[in-house]
Design a binder for this molecule. Structure first.
Ligand SMILES: [Zn+2]
Ligand SMILES: [Zn+2]
Length: 220
């Protein structure tokens, strides 16, 4: 089985017809394991006939009962970018209906991923440009890996811009290590600007201040 990465966008454009029922095949996410031989399909995606009236599917129940003595049927399946097609054994009607490729979801995932790549590319120049935007983007996007978030958090103190404090304080970090790193970065940035956060109104005030100029509370 050849391994070739085909863009899912191209696959969404393709149309394949089931030879058993003449209905259009549905693009599905491939299951992780090839049920037949324990190998991967060699493709992330499969075209499958999900027509419940398909001759193959309708007659399959009896076939499998007679030949194997258990409940199941067949769905017609075609590998993308290949002429290989199979009659795939399925345990019931619901098999694969949960793994239908949703074009909207794919589009969203892809545009999210593109934004992440753009932010990562900007990390190289964000320090000299004093540009917090890619750093904050990576820290705030839930889909970005923790390693990448860590890398972004290390740049906070290098960029050393107090304007990062407010957005960072307004974000809930799910990862406690990352939250700790961010808190330490905020502390270092404030210290280097001789600032502190007022514990009452959260405004930034001079580290030397004994009274908050914003809320007039007495500071320790
Ligand atoms: Zn069919
Ligand atoms: Zn205050």
């Amino acid at each position: 089985m050849k391994l070739k990465s085909v863009s899912v966008f191209d696959l969404l454009e393709e149309e394949h017809i089931c030879p058993h029922c003449d209905e259009k095949l549905t693009l599905c996410h491939a299951p992780p394991i090839h049920i037949g031989d324990g190998l991967g399909w060699g493709s992330e995606y499969l075209f499958i006939c999900l027509n419940d009236e398909c001759r193959l599917f309708v007659s399959g129940w009896k076939n499998i009962e007679n030949n194997y003595g258990h409940v199941g049927s067949y769905r017609h399946m075609k590998l993308p970018d290949s002429d290989e097609s199979y009659n795939m054994m399925v345990a019931g009607k619901q098999a694969f209906t949960g793994s239908i490729v949703d074009p909207e979801q794919i589009k969203n995932e892809n545009s999210r991923y593109q934004k992440e790549r753009e932010a990562v590319a900007k990390l190289d120049t964000c320090v000299e440009e004093m540009n917090l935007e890619p750093v904050l983007y990576l820290l705030f996007d839930d889909h970005v890996s923790v390693q990448l978030k860590k890398k972004a958090s290390e740049l906070l103190t290098v960029i050393n811009d107090v304007s990062c404090v407010e957005p960072l304080r307004n974000h809930d970090f799910n990862d406690s290590h990352l939250e700790q790193d961010v808190n330490m970065a905020i502390k270092a940035i404030l210290d280097s600007h001789f600032l502190k956060e007022c514990p009452y109104c959260a405004e930034l005030v001079k580290a030397r201040a004994k009274i908050c100029k914003h809320c007039q509370m007495e500071l320790a």
